[in-house]
Write a protein that binds this ligand. Structure first.
Ligand SMILES: NC(=O)c1ccc[n+]([C@@H]2O[C@H](COP(=O)([O-])OP(=O)(O)OC[C@H]3O[C@@H](n4cnc5c(N)ncnc54)[C@H](OP(=O)(O)O)[C@@H]3O)[C@@H](O)[C@H]2O)c1
Length: 253
C-alpha cells in the first residue's frame, strides 16, 4: 500500500474523528503527515505515534485554523519539519445543530470562521508551494447537509450554509489553479459517528437511516479515509472541482 509514497500531507483537526482516520489512512498509503490540532493535544500525539509506527514521519502542530497567523505558523512548521506539502486535507470543522432561530450568534461565528474561513486560510497558505512545484491535492470536507438542509425535523441551517460555501470554494479554486497542476475536490459524507455527530445519531435516527439508505448501512471512518486516499492519489489526477458523496446513497446529485 504505497500509492502515496514520498508525499507529505497536512491534515487539519487530525487529533480525533475523521481527521485522525484520514491522517492514518494517508500514512498507511505511504505519506508523511503533519497532524494539526486545536485543543486535543494528547489525541494528536497518539495519531502521530500510530503514523510513526507505520514507518512514516509525523509532526504534531497546534493551530486554530480560523486564525490567519496560526495557519501561517502551521504551514511554516510543516515545511520546516517535512519539507513541503503535497496534500492538504481541510478537515477541521464544528457544528451546532438546532432550530435556526435557537442557534446563538457566537455559534454561527464559530461555524463560519472555522468551516469556511479555516478552509480558505489553509488553502491560501499552501497554494504558493503547490504552484511552484506544479502539483498539489486539496481535499475539503463538506457534508451531505450541504444539500439536505435538515435530517428529520432537526435543522442545520448555518452548518449547511458553511458546507455549501466550502463546495463553491472548492469549485472556484479548482478552476483557478487547475492549470498549475493542483486539483481541488470535496468529500460530503453522510452521518458517521464521531464526537460531532453522536448526539444527532440517536438510536431512532440510526434505525431509520439504515432502513432508508440504498446500501442499508451507516458509514464508517474508513469509508471517508478511502475517499481521501483516492483523491490524493495520482489515479485521481483528472478529477477536479468534484464532490464525492460517501453517504450510502443518501445524496445522488
Ligand atoms: N461526523 C459526521 O457525520 C460528518 C459528516 C459530514 C461531514 N463532517 C465533517 O467532517 C469534518 C470532521 O468532523 P468530525 O465528525 O471528525 O468532527 P469531530 O469529531 O467533532 O472533530 C472535529 C475536529 O476538528 C478540529 N477542530 C475544530 N475546530 C478547530 C480549529 N479552529 N482549528 C483546528 N482544528 C479544529 C478538532 O480538533 P480539536 O479537538 O483539537 O479542537 C477535531 O479534530 C468536519 O469538517 C465536519 O463538518 C462530519
Amino acid at each position: 500500500m504505497t500509492r502515496l509514497a514520498g508525499r507529505v500531507a497536512l491534515v487539519t483537526g487530525a487529533g480525533r474523528g475523521f481527521g485522525a482516520a484520514i491522517a492514518t489512512a494517508l500514512a498507511r498509503e505511504g505519506a508523511d503527515v503533519a497532524v494539526n490540532y486545536r485543543v486535543s493535544a494528547k489525541q494528536a500525539g497518539g495519531v502521530a505515534d500510530t503514523i510513526r509506527a507505520l514507518g512514516r514521519r509525523a509532526v504534531v502542530l497546534q493551530a486554530d485554523v480560523a486564525r490567519a497567523e496560526d495557519v501561517d505558523r502551521l504551514v511554516a512548521g510543516t515545511l520546516a519539519e517535512l519539507g513541503r506539502i503535497d496534500i492538504l486535507v481541510n478537515n477541521a470543522g464544528v457544528m451546532t445543530p438546532g432550530p435556526f432561530l435557537d442557534v446563538p450568534l457566537d455559534r454561527w461565528t464559530d461555524m463560519m470562521s472555522i468551516n469556511v474561513m479555516g478552509t480558505m486560510l489553509c488553502t491560501r497558505a499552501v497554494l504558493p508551494g503547490m504552484v511552484e512545484r506544479r502539483r498539489g491535492r486539496i481535499i475539503n470536507l463538506s457534508s451531505q447537509l450541504a444539500r439536505l438542509g435538515s435530517i428529520g425535523r432537526m435543522g442545520f441551517a448555518v452548518y449547511s450554509a458553511t458546507k455549501g460555501a466550502v463546495e463553491s470554494f472548492t469549485k472556484a479554486i479548482a478552476r483557478e489553479f487547475g492549470h498549475h497542476g493542483v486539483t481541488v475536490n470535496a468529500i460530503a459524507p453522510g452521518g458517521i459517528e464521531t464526537d460531532m455527530s453522536r448526539n444527532v445519531m440517536t438510536p431512532d435516527y440510526r434505525a431509520r437511516r439504515i432502513e432508508e439508505l440504498p446500501v442499508h448501512r451507516l458509514g464508517s471512518l474508513d469509508d471517508v479515509g478511502a475517499c481521501v486516499v483516492f483523491l490524493a492519489s495520482d489515479e485521481a489526477g483528472y478529477l477536479t472541482g468534484q464532490v464525492l458523496h460517501p453517504s450510502g446513497g443518501a445524496v445522488m446529485p
